[in-house]
Design a protein around this ligand. Structure first.
Ligand code: ZN
Length: 436
């Protein structure tokens, strides 16, 4: 405990020496948050949480730290609104980051070095997604300095483990009675950068499935032609799956759909052999063959139809095949609806959000489905509308990449955008009950 305390103290001293009291600005606070080593496999959660708590409490916000799994804290920051009867707003971000290979970076990944010419702040997590974690607080700081009072209560959550699936983080939090008590009516979570001029916004995630197909058959001499060999049966399926993959990809190539709007099916491994001391027995046809696929289904895909296709065409028992599907999330909510947030007149929050972004001179790109998966799915599954939004325009997409950076002016513009979004959402009187 004493060594831990000393460690925290020395980290704090180090931070102060990097950006002392004289340099206490939104940018220096962003840099401080970026310097915490939050990369897997050993993310430091306690130091960034202490920092956030200090920031939040210094501006009069209340904080609560909850641990659903030991060592994996969820931080909840609250700004009380004047009308507790209205459903609340939740702004989420994750504390953790993916690892970084330091030797492949121009500047160390946890130095938060800011270049003197272009103002680029290099750090793992600068785009994904420590930017929004700090922007939420900085925009509240500005709103408070203008004596703005929210009507709706606003919660900010900082969750662990998003980058490894969120099972011990948002999944547990979203399923808890604490979460139900928050009475969330509308939520926001991370989005992605855009090299272009428009802000990207995401209304759904794709759902990953891990599919393994296996073929069984009698083994045979390498010289023999016979029916129903395991390899032959597997290759038939591989061909069929490739055709399906092409049919989906054609929509993308023809410009009829975005990458994230189709079902992607990508082979990730093939396994078949009769082992020998030196490698493979070359004159044997093996009795078992297996292939693994990564599937990503957009919310409008029909999971039952997909399962039927797999059972009847890709791994049919009449060709001695079996399969397993590991569904890494749901496609339908508790009422059987596709898990997605409407971005039209049927969702009153959408218009409020859109106007708030436009009020800052920004323009929204066509709403998108995220090609991958975030913690947003755990909240949307509950039927709560959620938009993914990280305000970063004119910025290359560098999440999980070497040399992840965010330009200082882009970060500052994001605070302004969030001021507008938070003040609009928290003043909105239109929805008086959860739309679940
Ligand atoms: Zn992220």
């Amino acid at each position: 405990m004493a060594t831990q305390f000393l460690l925290v103290l020395s980290v704090m001293l180090l931070i102060q020496s990097h950006g002392g009291k004289g340099d206490d600005t939104p940018i220096s606070r962003f840099q401080q948050y970026l310097r915490f080593k939050t990369a897997h496999p050993n993310p430091n959660y306690s130091a960034p949480i202490s920092f956030l708590v200090e920031q939040a409490e210094s501006m009069g916000l209340t904080t609560r730290t909850i641990e659903y799994v030991r060592g994996k804290p969820v931080l909840l920051v609250t700004w009380l609104g004047s009308n507790p009867k209205l459903p609340f707003i939740l702004l989420n971000s994750h504390l953790d980051s993916v690892p970084a290979e330091a030797d492949k970076w121009i500047h160390p990944p946890f130095s938060a070095h800011r270049t003197s010419d272009a103002g680029l702040i290099y750090a793992r997590g600068s785009q994904d997604d420590k930017c929004i974690g700090v922007q939420y607080l900085e925009s509240i700081r500005n709103l408070k300095s203008r004596a703005f009072l929210p009507l709706r209560t606003l919660h900010i959550s900082y969750v662990p483990d998003e980058e490894i699936g969120g099972f011990d983080g948002m999944a547990k939090f979203a399923a808890s009675s604490d979460f139900r008590e928050l009475n969330v009516g509308f939520a926001m979570d991370e989005g992605q950068a855009n090299p272009g001029d428009d802000f990207r916004v995401f209304f759904a995630d794709r759902t990953p499935w891990e599919l393994v197909i296996r073929a069984h058959g009698i083994p045979g001499h390498g010289a023999k032609l016979y029916d129903n060999g395991a390899m032959e049966n597997l290759m038939k399926s591989v061909e069929l799956i490739s055709k399906f993959r092409d049919s989906q990809f054609d929509f993308v190539k023809a410009g009829k759909a975005a990458n994230s709007e189709v079902i992607s099916v990508n082979p990730v491994y093939l396994k078949a052999r009769t082992p020998s001391n030196t490698g493979f027995v070359m004159n044997m046809q093996p009795s078992e063959a297996e292939a693994g696929y990564d599937l990503r289904l957009p919310p409008m895909a029909d999971p039952d139809l997909m399962k039927k296709r797999i059972a009847q065409e890709w791994a049919p028992s009449i060709r001695n095949m079996t399969y397993t599907i590991k569904e890494k999330g749901k496609l339908r909510d508790h009422l059987g609806r596709p898990i997605m947030t409407a971005t039209n007149g049927s969702n009153p929050w959408w218009a409020v959000f859109k106007q708030a972004v436009e009020a800052t001179g920004g323009k929204l790109a066509k709403p998108e489905i995220l090609a991958s998966t975030t913690d947003a799915r755990y909240i949307r599954t509950l039927g709560i509308p959620l938009l993914g939004f990280s305000p970063m325009i004119n910025t290359p997409i560098l999440l999980h990449d070497h040399n992840e950076f965010l330009k200082d002016t882009v970060f500052l513009k994001g605070i302004e955008v969030y001021e507008s979004v938070i003040s609009s959402l928290s003043s909105f009187e239109g929805v008086s009950a959860q739309m679940i």
